[in-house]
Design a protein around this ligand. Sequence first.
Ligand code: NAD
Length: 280
Amino acid sequence: MNELNLKGKVAVITGGAGIICSTMARSLAAQGVKTVILDLNKEAAVSVAVEIEKEFKTSSIGVSASVLDKASLEAARKEIHDNFGPIDILINGAGGNSPAATTKVEKMECTEDEKLEDTFFGLQIEGFDKVFDLNFKGTLLPSMVFATDMVKKKSGVIINISSMNSYRPLTKIAAYSAAKAAVNNFTQWLAVHFSKTGIRVNAIAPGFLLTNQNRFLLIDEKTGELTARGNKIIKGTPMERYCVPEELTGTLIYLVSDLSKFVTGIVIPVDGGFSAYSGV
Ligand code: NAD
């Protein structure tokens, strides 16, 4: 018996054109999974799919949809059915932070010259909504649309992409932290709700990678060096380096395959020890 039981399965990867999820898609294709690269950016999604087909000789398509727009997800599902048939695996990878939902300072000092707009009071509610929606509703809606196939087949796997922020919030990024905490909570909720349907729901909480969404916080635009915050992350990570996307794929394959048949409702940190370390 093939203990992974992945060959020929159909996986939808939202945010599939991004740094982490395009690597995840490649790792699935390497196991013979047919991949759907679903992204807002159609051109980038198609380009990842073309590369995957060339590299792994496994079918892949790029599909344009927004994880915040149910009608576009339903249209995507039809396109996927026409190409590959019903969906077995969903990776909810679209997500990220925004400068509009990020405070300028870590802590309020209450000094005379402190500008309130640099603190909690300067957070823009539109930015807060945007980040919360993308990370939380952007996990909820694709699950609602794509798990209908899994319920019919009485089998399927959903993987949500969480973050270290979900356990303990990082300074400055209130909306992103709250949204990822909600993703963990929802992972548990949906796992229980689906526990008798044959669908398993789990999450991966990556440590810190240098990607488009956090570059503005971790790399100094002018010098190209790590910012003070970037250095703090390295100090807080016992392995003393950033994660690379390929280091998430072992956990992904474990969670999507039959290796984890009795595993549902968990969040696995892949973080170089960050969540275990008190800093002392
Ligand atoms: P990325 O910015 O490289 O990729 C995100 C992708 O999502 C992009 O291709 C973008 O076009 C797409 N996208 C954005 N809005 C969308 C929408 N409404 N509908 C469909 N697609 C949309 O991001 P990444 O760093 O690879 O992050 C992937 C996931 O990993 C995110 O959920 C992120 O929060 C999480 N994560 C990242 C880190 C990190 O350090 N980079 C750490 C932990 C968790």
